[in-house]
Write a protein that binds this ligand. Structure first.
Ligand SMILES: Nc1ncnc2c1ncn2[C@@H]1O[C@H](COP(=O)(O)OP(=O)(O)O)[C@@H](O)[C@H]1O
Ligand SMILES: C[C@@](O)(CCOP(=O)(O)O)CC(=O)O
Ligand SMILES: [Mg+2]
Length: 387
């Protein structure tokens, strides 16, 4: 029996970082996915190992089950169905298991993803041999939520073949989980994100699990129904960065300047609330689409200024801002910043010629531009191997 799961990446329209400190944020899924397949070996295939294949990178890691038992003794049997946090001791043991693999020097960033994999796998399936294959359409470490898409798709595939959920295994094609399964997946994925991010807000795993557009504050989500077309250009500066370090940097600044940073987070909270009101306001109402777009642009500009105050902008991001401004377009970073991706609002009346010109100029600096569909499906799974 094999199961495949796919979970989308995301863009944060407003409120990244501040959301970690209790402010409201608005995020939407994008139509770029991470896929995870899980298969248990037949008796003749069983070589007593747990394998992780990262297909896009042509990497394969393999752990003898005996070695995992030694490093992580005492995993419950029967296993616990409630998501549990990885203790500092288990984090250390898992780090040792990861270090024993030959992770190429240029790919050491994968170590945290591999650790999340080992924690989620052993927590849900214990000491059981299996092969897990991961592929992704998302750039890793660029602010589009690849870590959350990995944790969500992985948790879903693991749970789909566990005793903790019951599903219609004969269903053909992609299938959505029910509400209680989604909640369970989201909780496990959050535990995985904790290993990768240190202190995640939970917005990335939540929007990847549920899809569409959400408003998120202090761990709880409100679904948003957009009442206007929203088209964003996504520019990947290709400057690598690490969410965990950036999130920690903002927390350190908050400790140094609690009042000033508190005011910044409050301002972001107001921006996100206003943004979600505009996006949801019925059309046509007293505001035309163009007026709504102008308001959104102003809010994006203000949010970007506050992200700069938090210390998470970057020279490459500033180059994107300056370049798009030449075409009277507004941009803000998305995700953790420090490089990574930048969003630019593409107003409905903007001509294709201008879009092509701005893309050409951005790409002449070595950046990569893409336009992704916003607000599509969240997590889905498939049992028939045809999708
Ligand atoms: N498909 C994948 N395979 C392996 N690890 C992954 C994958 N996707 C994400 N990761 C892990 O997540 C990390 C990137 O997460 P993060 O720094 O939060 O950036 P983002 O979530 O914006 O892509 C990678 O360095 C890796 O450890
Ligand atoms: C910076 C933050 O708000 C979003 C991080 O997103 P990403 O990992 O850069 O895609 C952190 C969080 O909310 O957990
Ligand atoms: Mg991430």
């Amino acid at each position: 029996m094999e199961v495949r799961a796919r979970a989308p990446g995301k863009i944060i329209l407003s409120g990244e970082h501040a959301v970690v400190h209790g402010s409201t944020a608005v995020a939407a899924s994008i139509d770029l996915y991470t896929y995870v397949s899980l298969r248990f070996p037949t008796e003749s295939e069983n070589d007593g190992t747990l394998k992780l294949q990262l297909k896009d990178m042509a990497l394969e890691f393999s752990w003898p089950i005996g070695r995992i038992k030694l490093a992580l003794p005492g995993l419950g049997s029967p296993l616990c169905s409630t998501p549990t946090s990885c203790s500092p001791e288990s984090i250390k043991s898992i780090a040792t298991l990861v270090e024993e693999q030959n992770v190429p020097e240029a790919k050491t960033g994968l170590a945290s993803g591999m650790s999340a994999f080992l924690w989620l796998y052993t927590s849900i399936h214990g000491y059981k041999p299996a092969t897990v294959v991961v592929t992704s359409e998302l750039p890793l470490g660029s602010g589009l939520g690849s870590s959350a898409a990995l944790c969500v798709s992985l948790s879903a595939a693991l749970l789909a073949l566990s005793d903790f959920v019951s599903l219609d295994l004969s269903h053909q094609g992609w299938l959505m989980f029910g509400e209680s399964e989604l909640e369970l997946v989201n909780k496990w994925a959050f535990e995985g994100e904790k290993i990768i991010h240190g202190r995640p807000s939970g917005i990335d795993n939540t929007v990847s699990t549920y899809g569409n557009m959400i408003k998120f504050k202090s761990g709880s989500l409100t679904r948003i129904k957009s009442n206007m077309p929203l088209k964003m250009l996504i520019t990947n500066t290709k400057v690598g960065r690490n969410t965990k370090a950036l999130v920690a940097g903002v927390s350190e600044r908050t400790v140094r300047h609690p009042d000033a940073m508190g005011a910044v987070f409050n301002a972001v909270d107001s921006i996100s609330k206003e943004l979600s009101t505009i996006i949801q306001s019925p059309a046509p109402n007293d505001l035309s689409i163009t007026e709504k777009e102008e308001k959104i642009e102003e809010l994006m500009e203000m949010n970007q200024g506050l992200l700069q105050c938090m210390g998470v902008s970057h020279a490459s991001i500033e180059t994107v801002l300056r370049t798009t401004l030449k075409y009277k377009l507004t941009s803000k970073l998305t995700g953790a910043g420090g490089g990574g991706c930048v969003l630019t609002l593409l107003p409905t009346l903007l001509s294709r010629t201008v879009i092509d010109k701005v893309i050409a100029e951005l790409e002449s600096y070595g950046f990569h531009c893409l336009t992704a569909g916003i607000g599509g499906n969240g997590l889905e799974i498939c049992f028939d191997g045809s999708s």
